[in-house]
Design a protein around this ligand. Sequence first.
Ligand code: PMP
Length: 445
Amino acid sequence: MNNNQLSQRDLAVLWHPCTQMHDHENFPMIPIKSGKGVWLEDFEGNRYLDAISSWWVNLFGHSNPIINEALKQQIDTLEHVIFAGFTHEAGIELAEKLVGITPAGLTRCFYADNGSAAVEVALKMSFHYWQNRGEVAKTKFITLENSYHGETLGALAVGDVALYKKTYAPLLMNVITAPSPDCYFREEGESYADYSTRQFAHLEKILQQNAGEVCAVIVEPLVQCAGGMRMYDPVYLKLLRAACDKYNVHLIADEIAVGFGRTGTLFACEQAQISPDFLCLSKGLTGGYLPLSAVLTTSEIYSAFYDDYTKLSAFLHSHSYTGNALACRAALATLGIFETQNVIEANAVLARKMHELGQRFLHHPNVAEVRQTGMILAIELVKNKQTREPFPWQERRGLKIHRFALSKGVLLRPLGNVIYFMPPYVINEEELTLMFEIAWQAINR
Ligand code: PMP
């Protein structure tokens, strides 16, 4: 089989996510034969540096020997079992570990099988908690402008990226949307902390006015990823935690994209020294191997559901593949790498190198901003540097960059006019340099 044959077979029967399939009349689909470390290889021997960790899931490289080995052992023992009434060692051990490493106070772990499902779980649990506690007026959620929490209907409702949301708006529950702390919009000379603090005033006011009917505020800590890798200061999370306590509203931290070392700490919430009431995890949880998600929550929340059966207060949310044993094993192997290798320290070195390589873009006439949080670096392309007027979306600049970079062996997948790098943690300096060099050439094209 060669690339073209596989691509033709694919296009005859498949429908891909986040894709206008018509584009593939002009752009070939790329069948991947194998992966090793940061590299993917197609059926003709072309290699692609996975600069976006395959949609932000891969942490320690493709075909990682440690995770491979753990899965081989698990598969000969137990692949999966119903997770109601039954349990298994990998599921228990993973929950113990997650409770141990996540911010203080998170003592319970509920599994689902993808990020959006974790968000649905957190929303339902928060709402149901208030119902069980007799606070039946609490039915709404507060979200931030430009946020993204997934694409199932509940998760989509609490997101705010028009591209994904607009078409389905009539199907979605109403939410309260607060202005974003996104520091791209800070005044010249204003610090991240000052702007984030200033923007928090809006949310505080909304809480003041609506807390009586609000279940929770949901946020992506520090980086609004799908919204264009827009970043803000930890002070916002600190203020938010205090306000949620003051107004008796839950805080849901969606660390699906930023958890597991991506922002420079194991969890982004650590940088604000806060614990949310719900912590949603997925993506990197299994090192990018298998779909799994977890919602961590507090004993207080758990206790509101714990009662005699006839009270009918149990949390009802079930996926067939809840707590899949293989996925839990992959997650344990991934956490094992964090335990045995100095991942956070090593990432700090890589992040510094990324910072250095990003400097070159600062003075480019079509770059409005280069921003970075840990192992995420984003370059905001604009038509006009002075006014920050964006390139019209119809020009599909991002797609052109994607195409060019692929032809040079680098997988970049810009979000509109934002080029970003979010590589696996096993990338080396030479590969980082290549990634930035190809992006530079792509922009100049
Ligand atoms: N929340 C955040 C912050 C995300 O970035 C994503 C995925 N990009 C999701 C939720 C949804 O996860 P999934 O794609 O696994 O449904």
